[in-house]
Design a protein around this ligand. Structure first.
Ligand code: KIV
Length: 256
């Protein structure tokens, strides 16, 4: 069974778990875990490149990161995020999506409801993951979306249309849990929430957030499952101390 059909079939049965990865070693570690999907997110702009938003990521950067992640992920399907300005027309979207699939990714994700573009990708049998709610590529600021009735209705309608066009799953980013629940209960594709509460069909987080690498990023939805920031600093401090005091390299770590 194709991976996108498998993801579809999880709806109402088991939660989908997705994490981002941007490099080979992380992909290799994730590949040894029971998660369902790896996303090469354009969030690499912040976590890898140090930008304040995702607006500067280019298609060639996503192609590069997708290539190295796909090399590390032998079992788990990899989804490539289409960066800003890479899917402005159906022709451009199709050309770039095909380039992305050639890197070893198995599906693509695009932000927002663009019926003609999604349709042309799906007609070409490219598995498409939708994304509604907070859309970082076009958002002015990172705030919870759909709090007012009218805004919630627009997001709901976008989700319905995307679902009808045949996306195999849909990211719901930073929306109230009541709206996420309404979308989840009214569409066929599994919803994958980030800051969208517990009623989604699955959850996604950015890998560096889960691992606690960036101590400056503290949104309400984020739960850290490790504190690698501290672990890394302590390891480096110890290495530095041992080099300076002559403890490292000792006999055990020396060729004779
Ligand atoms: O770029 C990204 O990491 C994403 C996730 C937050 C869904 O789009």
């Amino acid at each position: 069974m194709k991976f996108d059909e498998k993801i579809r079939k999880t709806k109402g049965k088991c939660k989908v778990v997705m994490l981002t990865a941007y490099d080979y070693l992380t992909a290799r570690i994730l590949d040894q875990t029971p998660i369902d999907l790896i996303l090469v997110g354009d969030s690499l702009a912040m976590t890898f490149q140090g930008h304040i938003n995702t607006k500067k990521v280019t298609m060639s950067q996503i192609l590069y990161h997708s290539t190295v992640v796909a090399r590390g992920a032998e079992k788990i399907p990899v989804i490539g995020d289409m960066p800003i300005a890479s899917y402005s027309t159906p022709t451009q979207a199709l050309r770039n999506a095909k380039r992305l699939l050639k890197t070893g990714t198995q599906g693509i994700k695009i932000e927002g409801n663009h019926p003609n573009i999604v349709q042309s990708l799906i007609d070409a049998e490219i598995p498409v993951m939708g994304h509604v709610g907070l859309l970082p590529q076009t958002a002015e600021s990172y705030q919870v979306q759909g709090k007012e009735e009218q805004a919630a209705e627009l997001i709901f309608q976008d989700a319905l249309e995307l679902d009808e066009s045949g996306v195999f799953s849909m990211v719901l980013e930073c929306i109230p849990e009541t709206l996420a629940r309404r979308i989840t209960e009214n569409i066929n594709a599994p919803t994958i929430g980030i800051g969208a509460g517990k009623f989604c069909d699955g959850q996604v987080l950015v890998i560096s957030d889960v691992l606690g690498l960036d101590d400056r990023f503290t949104p309400k939805f984020l739960k850290r499952y490790a504190n690698l920031n501290e672990t890394m600093r302590k390891a480096v401090e110890l290495f530095s101390d041992e080099v300076r005091s002559g403890v490292y390299p000792d006999d055990e770590h020396t060729y004779h």
